[in-house]
Design a protein around this ligand. Structure first.
Ligand SMILES: *Cc1c(COP(=O)(O)O)cnc(C)c1O
Length: 226
């Protein structure tokens, strides 16, 4: 079966929904950035989405990004790629070369490794701190009760350029509670960036102040099975 996907149409629809959700929330649609998540899809699909005008993308694996993005960035030099998956400390150097934003700073050892690599390379990337708002054991992210001290440590001791916070709510829970919690923690630290909301819930996330929404399926279609 060959799946025909009209990426330009999907993109237009998602952008219209983002703009509508922003206006409903009394926000400027330009205050919400769409991160198109092409993980698990072949590079040609990201190329089609780039050709349709999208410039900000998300990938969850360093290896997959290394296979796809050098060529895509050569063709579209203004494209930006966010890391939205767990980063192993031994891949920090490669990640800092490949990505434009790190959304998943979730533990002191990683924060320290990033700080060292930024120093060594002279190249700093905006960082988001991932908060495990549902305190799920299998999920990455700093626990909510440790978030305040970790944010302070990242900015103070490690000197990371912390742009905001990121969360992935539990699949079986009302996401708005998690979005509200993330917003509250960000507010305490005067952080403007909120990366929250995926295909199923980005409209709600925008109502709760999301500045980055990470949308995969609604743009790229269903991910191929591995
Ligand atoms: C896969 C993924 C997304 C996109 O999910 P969709 O439901 O396909 O929109 C967003 N954020 C993260 C962290 C992901 O891993």
């Amino acid at each position: 079966m060959t799946e025909t996907i009209d990426f330009a149409e999907n993109l237009t629809n998602v952008r219209a929904e983002i703009a509508g959700a922003a206006r409903d929330a009394g926000r400027d649609p330009a205050s919400v950035t769409l991160v198109a998540v092409g993980k698990g899809h072949p590079a040609e699909r990201s190329r089609a989405v780039l050709a349709a005008g999208q410039r900000v993308f998300g990938e969850n694996r360093v290896q997959e990004a290394a296979e796809k993005w050098p060529d895509l960035k050569a063709a579209f030099p203004d494209a930006q790629v966010h890391l939205i998956g767990t980063l192993q400390t031994n891949k920090v150097r490669q990640a800092v070369e490949l990505f434009d934003v790190i959304e998943t700073v979730d533990r002191p050892r990683l924060a320290q490794a990033l700080a060292r690599e930024f120093d060594r390379s002279g190249h700093q990337l905006p960082c988001y701190i991932q908060v495990n708002t549902g305190a799920e054991p299998q999920k990455a992210g700093i626990l909510p009760e440790d978030a305040d001290s970790f944010i302070a440590q990242c900015r103070g001791e490690f000197g990371l350029p912390v742009a905001g916070l990121m969360c992935i709510p539990p699949v079986d829970e009302e996401p708005s509670l998690h979005f509200a919690l993330l917003r509250e923690i960000a507010k305490r630290h005067d952080l403007r960036g909120l990366s929250m909301g995926m295909s199923a819930d980005f409209r709600i996330a925008i109502a709760f102040g999301a500045t980055l929404v990470r949308v995969g399926t609604a743009i790229f279609g269903t991910r191929p099975a591995h």
